[in-house]
Design a protein around this ligand. Structure first.
Ligand code: SF4
Length: 237
């Protein structure tokens, strides 16, 4: 008989409304914990940043950083990417996963940049999301890191999971999570909150087994009790 796999529901903290004081506490704690949080991708110019972020979908930044030095040696301009041979590009980015779709999007992106944007990476979200393979997350990362323009909050898998557990959103769709976070947080926090939540997701609030006993956010985290009972019942007592 064919096995059916049930998709696990994410742990979304139950809450009525995130209270301003608790949200401020979360922000301050994250700032203290990750004062130097930043984009972990290596890049030397805006085009390299854009391509790196495109490659990072469903892939770790570490893996992207391993692939890009050779890639950026081979392809230097939007026009180079536009005229890349799909098979060669696919081989070069194979380790990043989804290599066929990513290669096709990168070639189309190179073409659009060359033909519509004079080979420059656009400075606004409306133009950026018209580039094939670029959704709001990529656009937010590129805008903030390339141009210092902050129009939203980049929501990746870590940001989604940690925001849910911390009770900052009850949504699961990244666009809705972004809207929730934008309503909750002051604009000056929008850019760095992404990287702080990513660091927290990587080091402490692990997808499978969050390290709640070590987490400085535990007193203010509405999911802590659930995970403590599940993974550390002896600590809970
Ligand atoms: S207390 Fe646990 S669930 Fe809450 S943020 Fe920390 S590690 Fe994540």
């Amino acid at each position: 008989m064919k096995k059916t796999t049930l998709k696990k529901k994410p742990v979304v903290a139950k809450f009525k409304r995130p209270e301003a004081e608790r949200v401020k506490n979360v922000l301050d704690t994250l700032k203290r914990m990750y004062p130097d949080a930043k984009c972990a991708l290596n890049f030397n110019n805006n085009l390299e940043l854009l391509i790196s972020v495109m490659l990072s979908a469903q892939c770790t930044d570490n893996m992207v950083n391993k692939v890009t030095p050779a890639l950026f040696k081979r392809y230097k301009t939007a026009s180079d990417f536009a005229s890349a041979k799909p098979q060669e590009l696919e081989r070069m980015i194979f380790s990043c996963g989804f290599y066929r779709a990513k290669a096709a999007n990168i070639i189309k992106a190179g073409t659009v940049l060359r033909d519509r944007f004079k080979s420059e990476v656009p400075k606004n979200i409306e133009d950026l999301i018209e580039i094939p393979g670029v959704a709001r997350k990529t656009a937010n990362v590129v805008l903030g890191n390339a141009h210092g323009v902050v129009e939203g909050i980049a929501v990746d898998t870590h940001v989604r999971r940690v925001s849910q557990r911390l009770g900052l959103t009850k949504n699961n769709d990244p666009v809705k999570i972004e809207q929730d976070l934008m309503k909750l947080l002051p604009k000056e926090e929008w850019f760095l909150i992404t990287y702080r939540l990513i660091e927290h997701g990587r080091h402490i609030c692990d997808a499978k087994k969050p390290l709640c006993p070590e987490c400085p956010l535990r007193p203010t985290c509405p999911s802590a009790t659930f995970f403590m009972k599940k993974f550390w019942p002896s600590v809970v007592g």
